[in-house]
Ligand binder design. Structure first.
Ligand SMILES: *[C@@H]1O[C@H](CO)[C@@H](O)[C@H](O)[C@H]1NC(C)=O
Ligand SMILES: *[C@@H]1O[C@H](CO)[C@@H](O)[C@H](O)[C@H]1NC(C)=O
Length: 332
């Protein structure tokens, strides 16, 4: 009972008849210094990302040249028709001597521990929603944010200090300040209203908006599925506080140099085949939140073992796994 109320709080839904809670696992596709939304064509891009989804992920993702739904040949997500890409920055541990060590993602403690890292992805609805149009992409969050007031503009970008793999309490907008026995969970939740016209915008944000109360604003009248993902960061190897900064601060830093955590952000490029996502939302699929049951008969699914097999070679050749004297790309 405790879990289910906590998990319903995650879903953030008063669950009505026309609601969907679609939840599935996506294994790590690649960790690379590419950012086809913010820095298309740049290899390397300024900072490192961890990416899941279809293997059409590339230096550029212009829909006209690279529609993931037709160019991808595998996906690291369980629904085999989902060639979307989902990505975030990468976490590093900063040692007392000033060097950095990359933190790995790991499988979600609720049902998906067999996943080779990556993310758990949700598509949620409360009422009828219109699935994304081909070419749709968006970003939520802002790497330049450095205060809690700014971070709270995006209420679904949060950190959870995992005492156990199932902890679902104590959400916060910055990095936990004490060691987390089972790792750190980072959640990224996107806005749910769309302007109905543009599949992208110059800042990759202004074509979508949050609800006001229970309704979409008139500027963004179309209700879209809520894309939401959870990343489990395996910070357990770094829990020895004698290695933490001597000034008492916490040791984790995002790949773009943010040691507070307020700059948390996430990226999404839609890549479902045909109307597979619309059908799943219309079917009001209700995944089992406690185990690996996606529970959505309209979707074709693959096993976690098969999601682990879909990976990409890194494009940017650089050492990201040594104790590094600076973050890849040079952010301090
Ligand atoms: C990425 O794009 C380049 C051309 O820009 C292409 O040669 C390469 O095969 C693509 N990689 C993947 C994994 O699709
Ligand atoms: C810095 O500290 C880490 C963690 O204690 C250690 O593994 C690494 O070898 C150290 N590097 C240098 C250059 O001292």
């Amino acid at each position: 009972m405790y879990w289910s109320s906590a998990l319903l709080a995650i879903a953030g839904l008063a669950r009505g008849v026309n609601s969907a809670t679609l939840r599935f696992s996506c294994a790590q596709l690649v960790v690379d210094r590419l950012d086809p939304l913010v820095n298309p064509g740049m290899a390397p891009s300024p900072h490192l990302h961890q990416i899941v989804g279809g293997n059409a992920f590339n230096v550029t993702m212009d829909y006209e040249q690279n529609d993931p739904a037709s160019t991808a040949t595998c996906t690291s997500c369980m629904p085999t028709e989902d060639f979307s890409n989902y990505w975030t920055a990468v976490l590093f541990f900063k040692a007392r001597n000033g060097t950095y060590k990359r933190v790995n993602t790991m499988g979600n403690g609720l049902g998906y521990t067999a996943s080779n890292g990556g993310q758990t992805v949700y598509y949620l609805s409360n009422g009828k929603v219109t699935a994304f149009r081909p070419g749709f992409r968006m970003i939520v969050g802002n790497p330049t944010f450095n205060s809690e007031t700014q971070a709270r503009q995006n209420p679904g970008l949060q950190y959870t200090c995992l005492d156990s793999p199932m902890t679902r309490t104590g959400y916060r907008y910055d990095f936990p300040t004490t060691p987390c026995r089972a790792g750190i969970m980072v959640t990224v939740r996107f806005p749910t209203c769309w302007d109905g016209k543009n599949v992208d915008s110059p800042d990759h944000q202004s074509h979508v908006a949050y609800r006001r109360g229970n309704a979409c604003p008139s500027t963004h009248p179309v209700a879209i599925p809520e894309v939401f993902y959870e990343t489990y960061w395996d910070t357990r190897p770094f829990n020895d506080q004698s290695q933490w900064p001597s000034d008492g601060s916490q040791p984790f830093v995002w790949s773009f140099g943010d040691a507070r955590g307020y700059g948390n952000h996430g990226d999404y490029v839609f890549g479902w085949k045909g109307d597979a996502l619309q059908r799943a939302m219309d079917a009001n699929c209700q995944s089992d939140l406690f185990n690996d049951q996606v529970n959505c008969p309209t979707l074709k699914l693959q096993s976690i073992a098969d999601t682990n097999k879909c990976t990409l070679q890194r494009r940017v050749r650089e050492d990201i796994d040594a104790w590094l004297t600076e973050l890849p790309g040079g952010s301090m």
